[in-house]
Design a protein around this ligand. Structure first.
Ligand SMILES: [Zn+2]
Length: 474
């Protein structure tokens, strides 16, 4: 499902498909063949890995369907309006292919004396493909996402940098831990967004993201609303002519190291195929999630558990958290709260918000541990600060009821609003009830209706009943 009605750049009907890789680039990657629909065989071509299933498949060349985004922009925006952007990108791409071994890039030499404008155009192209990538990954475009048609480099919240990455594009492992990461889309985006355990992926709101694009021996790094990592090159901001191009120096054959890194879509490296067979922990988690929820496969809890266990052993926090849930609820296994706590503890110590929230809940309720409100509040706070809406909701409840803290309705409303704005239905319903009753705040049916409507739209039964009751009693 794609969440845009028209061209995301100008609003006209979207009748054009952007290439995931520029055609000029694909031609460099793919040998010309007489039959353009005949798939490339394993030895001659870049393999593609689908992150959804961990499946390795070969692609059919530059005109293959899989190499294009869906119809997300209009012909005018894809051609005339962005032509200069394409040219600026092509120049840099050509430079990458023709200079595989240099340690710095001279923008003046590559783009000429007006390199600052060219850099802006280059950003324009990068924004165009990133926008298409986000939309094709079942995410909405963030409200502050730049538009190539009126982009200004000087106040951009997207930063690009360039570094060398000889074998494949990877994200420095430090990032995956720090960011509490989610990977979406086929050519993986690393992003902070809201997702609860065992919940299906719907339209998600992106807060920030890291993305990479491989060109020859180099990778262009995309940093949207996030501080760039200097290890991956200085921000390309046009303030100077010459930029160092650091070498990532990551040994791709060191499994432990790479298992923490994010591996990208297309590469010549056969190692990718091997690693996928071996089981990249993230792929294992994703596959486990499919079996746990029966999404696209027949539900099979024991398969899910096996995959989760393998990923959890490799420190995948999402697998640890979901496996904990399976033990806690006794789904297909004997209930084992102790085991759940052990797993959530591991993930919580790595800063994974859903695990912190789950542990907090156990301490609040005294399930499998002795009741400890201080502990519960501390854990909820940790997760709530990271923007995890369930923890914001839970913490709001503690403040509203004065459990373990002094009752503070104002603070509760603040927390519920944070959660409700992220789509948390129970927070939305609570706010509706609060404003409708008028016992703790000034009664306001309009505000109550707004929150109940949002919850009702998501199928919340009490909110639907509350709304109906309010309409009938008028
Ligand atoms: Zn357009």
């Amino acid at each position: 499902m794609i969440y845009t009605t028209g061209c995301w750049m100008c609003g006209a009907p979207a009748d054009s498909r952007e290439h995931r890789y520029k055609k000029s680039e694909s031609k460099r990657l793919f040998p010309i063949r007489k039959n353009k629909y005949k798939p490339y065989v394993a030895d001659e071509l870049p393999l593609c890995i689908s992150f959804d299933s961990g499946k390795v498949y070969s692609i059919k060349g530059p005109e293959a369907n899989t190499e294009k985004y869906p119809r997300l922009i209009c012909k005018l925006c894809n051609n005339e309006k962005t032509q200069r952007m394409d040219i600026a990108y092509d120049k840099l791409s050509t430079w990458c292919w023709e200079n595989p071994e240099v340690t710095s890039i001279n923008l003046n030499k590559m783009w000429g004396s007006d390199y600052q404008s060219e850099l802006s155009y280059f950003y324009g192209y990068c924004i165009k493909i990133l926008g298409c990538e986000i939309l094709s990954s079942q995410c909405s475009l963030p409200a502050d996402f730049p538009n190539p048609l009126n982009f200004k480099l000087e106040n951009s919240n997207l930063i690009l940098s360039i570094c060398k990455s000889p074998t494949m594009a990877v994200i420095h492992p430090n990032f995956t831990k720090e960011m509490n990461y989610k990977i979406i889309g086929k050519k993986a985006l690393l992003t902070s967004l809201e997702r609860t355990s065992l919940e299906e992926l719907g339209v998600k709101k992106i807060l920030n993201l890291i993305w990479h694009r491989q060109i020859g021996n180099y990778q262009i790094n995309f940093w949207f609303n996030i501080e760039p990592e200097p290890l991956l090159g200085a921000p390309l901001n046009g303030a100077k002519e010459i930029y160092d191009v650091p070498d990532l120096q990551i040994d791709c054959f060191d499994m432990d190291y790479v298992s923490n890194a994010l591996i990208f879509g297309t590469t010549h490296n056969k190692w990718l195929a091997e690693s996928s067979k071996e089981g990249h922990p993230y792929n294992q988690y994703k596959l486990g999630l499919r079996y746990a929820t029966g999404n696209g496969v027949k539900q099979n809890i024991s398969k899910a558990i096996r995959l989760y266990k393998s990923a959890a052993d490799k420190d995948n926090v999402m697998a640890q958290t979901d496996l904990g849930l399976i033990y806690f609820n006794g789904i297909g296994v004997e209930k084992d709260a102790h085991k759940a706590i052990e797993l959530w503890d591991l993930a919580a110590n790595e800063g994974y918000a859903p695990a912190q929230n789950n542990l907090g809940y156990l301490f609040e309720q005294g399930l499998g541990v002795s009741k400890d409100y201080n502990m519960a509040i501390r854990l909820y706070e940790q997760a709530a600060t990271k923007g995890y809406s369930t923890a914001q909701y839970n913490l709001g409840n503690m403040y509203f009821n004065g459990i373990g803290v002094e009752k503070d309705v104002h603070k509760a409303i603040q927390l519920w609003e944070l959660a409700a704005n992220e789509g948390h239905v129970m927070a939305q319903n609570n706010l509706g009830c609060l404003y409708a009753s008028g016992s703790e705040v000034e009664k306001d049916d309009q505000i109550a209706t707004k929150w109940w409507n949002l919850a009702a739209d998501q199928g919340h039964i009490s909110a639907q009943k509350n709304l109906q009751h309010m309409i009938e009693s008028r």
